[in-house]
Ligand binder design. Structure first.
Ligand SMILES: Cc1cc2nc3c(=O)[nH]c(=O)nc-3n(C[C@H](O)[C@H](O)[C@H](O)COP(=O)(O)OP(=O)(O)OC[C@H]3O[C@@H](n4cnc5c(N)ncnc54)[C@H](O)[C@@H]3O)c2cc1C
Length: 232
């Protein structure tokens, strides 16, 4: 297989993972990120079995388990009636070893970012990608809001996220999700169950906070909890 020169545009979760896998296959990879320092966006997410298999293939599953929380079962209740509206167990997939992982996005980002640095993959920060024009020889360059173009590259991988300037704008959706982070209610102490019951008038997404990024906290506050409000 010929070694390809690859530009990975965007240093988010997808960009970091793609860079690691391409590097592992022997390609020359450079990551381009608009921020001066790569950083995670958003709050918690759940890694399902497919994602877990990919991270395992990268040798990162052990770190992932350390940074996240193993999830065996998901339960959701209607806030008004108390009726159970969701109750799924990973064991129903037929394997006792089936589970998901709840993890803060920052922890997953740090894990992948560390692996990228350890692999010696180049990251060019402060590079706001504007285009990836095709050259006559079939290769592509990356153009930026400031500074000279980079390349040529055999392959450009677009991991710039939903607002990527490299693809036509998608259609607007008629619905969305609002996420927010709030401080953990002081009145309910450290017991997560009672705190979630306390706040159960809203759908709640528990915080996966074992390795949360540092964030200013109130003295004696056990930390923030996250709520999800869906809007149609
Ligand atoms: C509310 C919510 C909940 C979710 N929950 C889950 C979940 O439970 N499990 C799950 O697997 N997924 C979940 N997802 C989806 C998951 O978060 C996204 O699919 C994933 O974060 C996308 O990662 P990404 O690397 O593709 O994009 P991003 O995280 O958006 O990264 C894009 C990167 O590109 C950079 N960039 C952008 N534009 C430019 C530019 N012009 N030039 C240079 N750099 C640029 C950005 O700074 C960023 O670093 C959820 C998403 C949302 C919104």
């Amino acid at each position: 297989m010929r070694v390809q020169t690859v530009a990975v545009a965007g240093c988010g979760l997808a960009g970091l993972a793609a860079a690691l896998l391409l590097h592992r296959d022997g390609h020359r990879v450079t990551l381009f990120e608009r921020f001066a320092t790569p950083r995670p966006l958003g709050s918690g997410l759940m890694i399902q079995r497919t994602g877990l298999a990919v991270l395992r293939s990268m040798g990162l599953d052990h770190d992932l388990l350390n940074a996240g929380a193993r999830i065996n079962r998901l339960i959701g209740k209607d806030a008004g009636s108390g009726r159970t509206v969701l109750d799924v167990r990973y064991a129903a997939l037929g394997s006792a070893d089936a589970f998901g992982i709840g993890i803060h996005r920052a922890a997953l980002f740090e894990l992948l970012h560390r692996a990228v640095i350890a692999a010696g993959i180049a990251i060019e920060n402060g590079r706001s990608v504007t285009g990836a024009p095709l050259e006559r020889d079939g290769q592509r360059r990356l153009t930026f809001a400031d500074g000279p173009a980079a390349g040529p590259f055999d392959l450009v991988v677009d991991t710039l996220g939903i607002g990527s300037p490299l693809v036509p704008a998608g259609r607007a959706l008629a619905y969305g999700a609002l996420w927010a982070s709030f401080d953990w209610p002081q009145s309910v102490g450290r017991n997560k169950r009672s705190a979630l019951r306390h706040q159960s008038r809203r759908p709640v997404s528990p915080a996966f906070s074992r390795t949360r990024p540092s964030r200013p906290r109130q003295p004696n506050s056990p930390g923030p909890v996250r709520y999800v409000a869906m809007e149609r």
